[in-house]
Design a protein around this ligand. Structure first.
Ligand code: NAD
Length: 490
């Protein structure tokens, strides 16, 4: 442990509203559980309706009275860049908190999550000064009118995220909203509020004015629901399950908020017989076992061409068997625990259901009997396309392996899902790779790689995997209104 983190965890963490660190009026607390030990890691104050109202008022004031909107894009850019530096300067503390509350290996938090968050802030620091409109020619009478468009910030936005990548989720939400000039009320998941609260301190240090970012941990059905029905919130940016996404759409209808949704997935990994198997097999394992499968873009349906089916299945099972599962704080851990008891129960019951429907458990399938929410990396074979394990998101380290003979037929199966977030295709025939990429109904397609995300690359899903895109210019555009101005030249 580290002194700063120890001190941070020692007292009940308040929330950030209007530049002040405050406790909820109700005194309601959330206990944050360390998934590797099942012990209480910390307590945080939980927002109710009063805190949501106070946070929205603070964000509205900051927006309407210029605390943020009158700051030049250049100054905004400097603050976001400074935030990126602060994330890097505090990498040890952030990585520790990320691992303690989420469970993932510390090595992954250090090498992956914190640098990814810093890159995201830098990317959007660059975009603050690149906001542009257009000058369309008025088609019917161009000499009578001059027209141009402006991009303007939406105003107060509500941002709600899940627990599976707390730092990355916070940076993907906060950086583009701030770059666009919005003010925000940000709600982390109840399981993982600590990194977001720590980031709140850094945002203050970076010079972000009071009220511009408000961070309110709270339960989804209370604080999250109150954000959705709030009249002064102009947009909800949500990452989480498809089921809650549907509730958000319904609850946001009152003032017709804009909504963007990054939801669940059931992403296919398609390994053709001509793939470089030395790369494809470990990558297919990583696609499902990374973060214990708690990844929206996890490669949870594995389609293997018949000629290499046995070899791939055997290679995958071998990796799963040899995987070091343990607390994220252990230096040699490759896969940490699931985030919560609820998640553990859900994953185990899905496996049991699959088994009951006839799936063969090639390896894994069971809880590791020790404290902490650990399960073995699991490979299921002999699965049928109608089984629940193939159709529903498990959000755990469980892959369903299936054989195919014909590439057209497998594309149909790959697309036969309610989801459409991601897919990867493994072949050494690049023409084939690009042809198949065009056929997959998914927002993200990788050829000979999986889960490559970058602040410059738009991220989001087709079908029930979501609405809108994060990252790239597209991620910032969703925090802006488009205004058309027409001036008479007479
Ligand atoms: P969840 O939908 O249960 O919760 C996500 C967030 O929504 C939490 O902050 C929760 O408090 C809040 N919430 C719950 N009920 C709410 C309500 N009625 N109104 C408003 N907010 C509410 O999801 P989870 O179990 O925390 O996370 C796992 C899910 O997230 C998976 O389905 C996964 O695929 C998805 N996910 C998607 C992406 C993506 O980019 N597409 C990324 C990460 C996770």
């Amino acid at each position: 442990m580290n002194d700063v983190v120890e001190k941070f965890l020692a007292s009940t963490r308040p929330m950030l509203i209007g530049g002040e660190w405050v406790q909820a009026d109700s005194g309601e607390l959330i206990e944050v559980i360390d998934p590797a030990t099942e012990a209480v890691l910390a307590t945080v104050s939980a927002a109710g309706q009063n805190e949501v109202d106070a946070a929205v008022t603070a964000a509205s004031e900051a927006f309407r009275h210029g605390a943020w909107t009158e700051i030049t894009p250049y100054e905004r850019s400097k603050m976001l860049w400074r935030m990126a530096e602060l994330l890097e300067e505090n990498i040890q503390e952030l990585a520790l908190l990320n691992t303690l509350e989420n469970g993932k290996p510390l090595s992954a938090s250090i090498a992956g999550d914190v640098p990814a968050a810093a890159k995201t802030f830098r990317h959007y620091a660059g975009l603050c000064t690149k906001i542009e409109g257009k000058t369309p020619q008025v088609s019917s009478s161009p000499s009578d009118f001059h027209a141009y468009t402006r991009r303007e910030p939406l105003g107060v936005v509500g941002q709600i995220v899940p627990w599976n990548g707390p730092i990355v989720a916070a940076s993907w939400k906060l950086a583009p909203a701030l770059a666009a000039g919005c003010t925000t009320v940000f709600k982390p998941a109840e399981e993982t509020p600590l990194t977001a609260l720590f980031m709140g301190q850094l945002l203050q240090e970076a010079g972000i004015p009071a009220g511009v970012v408000n961070i309110i941990p709270g339960y989804g059905h209370i604080a999250g629901a109150a954000m959705c029905t709030h009249d002064q919130i102009r947009k909800i940016a949500f990452t989480g399950s498809t089921e809650v996404g549907q509730k958000i759409v319904r609850n946001s209808a009152g003032n017709l908020k804009k909504i963007s949704l990054e939801l669940g997935g059931k992403s296919p990994v398609i390994i053709c017989a001509d793939a470089d198997l030395d790369r494809a097999i470990p990558a297919a394992a990583n696609a499902i076992f990374f973060n214990a499968g708690q990844l929206c873009i996890a490669g949870s349906r594995l389609y293997i061409e018949a000629a290499v089916y046995d070899q791939v299945l055997e290679g995958l099972a071998q990796i799963a068997d040899n995987m070091r599962v343990g607390p994220g704080m252990n230096a040699d851990t490759q896969m940490g625990p699931l985030v919560s008891h609820k998640q553990l129960d859900r994953v185990l019951s899905m496996i049991e259901h699959g088994h009951g429907q006839g799936a063969r458990v090639v390896t894994g399938g069971n809880r590791i009997e020790q404290s902490g929410y650990f399960i073995r990396p699991t490979v299921l074979a002999d699965v049928d396309h109608d089984m629940t394990v193939v159709r529903e998101e498990i959000f755990g380290p469980v892959v369903c392996a299936m054989k195919f003979d014909d590439i057209d037929e497998v594309m149909e199966r790959a697309n036969d899902t309610d989801y459409g977030l991601a897919a990867s295709i493994w072949t050494q025939n690049l023409a084939r790779g690009h042809r198949l990429a065009a056929q997959v109904q998914a927002g993200l397609v990788w050829i000979n790689c999986h889960a490559v995300a970058d602040p410059a690359i738009a991220f989001g899903g087709y079908k029930q995997s979501g609405w809108g895109r994060e990252n790239g210019w597209e991620g910032m555009e969703q925090y802006m209104e488009l205004k058309s101005v027409v001036a008479s030249l007479q």
